[in-house]
Design a protein around this ligand. Sequence first.
Ligand SMILES: Nc1ncnc2c1ncn2[C@@H]1O[C@H](COP(=O)(O)OP(=O)(O)O)[C@@H](O)[C@H]1O
Ligand SMILES: O=C(O)C1=C[C@@H](OP(=O)(O)O)[C@@H](O)[C@H](O)C1
Length: 220
Amino acid sequence: MEAAACGSALQFSTWIGSEKKGRRRNSFVGFNHRCRKEYSFEVINLDELQLKSVSNGRRRIHMGIPHSCKGSKAPTLESGNCCTSFDGRWFLKKKAEEVASCLDGRCIFLVGMMGSGKTTVGKVLSEALDYAFVDSDSFVEQAVGGTSVAQIFNQCGESFFRDYESEALRKLSLMPQQVVATGGGAVVRPVNWKYMKQGISVFIECTSGCLGKENCCCRN
Ligand SMILES: Nc1ncnc2c1ncn2[C@@H]1O[C@H](COP(=O)(O)OP(=O)(O)O)[C@@H](O)[C@H]1O
Ligand SMILES: O=C(O)C1=C[C@@H](OP(=O)(O)O)[C@@H](O)[C@H](O)C1
């Protein structure tokens, strides 16, 4: 699914009560902004929010939705310079319920850097949509017999991991009603976009100061 470049009128940020401590892995691939340019997402309009300005630190959630929903009143998260003054969990659930009718069981693929909030947001979305939540890293770990991602990188190398990651995304793209938290580097392989375009891609953009942190000003 191609989409128009995402707008940047308002920065929308959410705070979600943390349920798990973010796991930090010893490998890191920066989120490739070139990819983002090539695969930018459509930003669909969202109701006005009572927003207050925030000095720094922010998280943006850009949602792309299949063109089959054209004309539907699907909400969108716009990006700008404000911060919500309430728990984002409620907001995400409300918006998930609003787009549910457009999904037709399609998978939602969350993309973003390590620590951007893919797992946290994914669990809230899956709950609201009555979808299964899948962490593609865990899917890979199971496929290789339980070896951790860090061990796979250390013992087999990144290319080996990426092959399993692509196979995981291929299989997940064939399953309905899944919210998939992809690995931070999944976006660097174009073939993965082929699989993720079978569903809806959601890019969680997080300023570097926010990655992995719960107490960003954008989250309070
Ligand atoms: N919207 C949010 N509000 C509050 N804390 C968040 C939010 N998103 C992520 N976090 C926190 O940031 C850390 C990393 O989040 P996580 O969902 O594990 O990121 P990812 O899955 O992208 O690596 C966790 O400690 C989590 O609690
Ligand atoms: O950025 C990356 O290349 C990676 C991010 C990790 O996923 P998370 O974003 O869930 O930590 C995991 O897929 C692996 O360590 C590679």
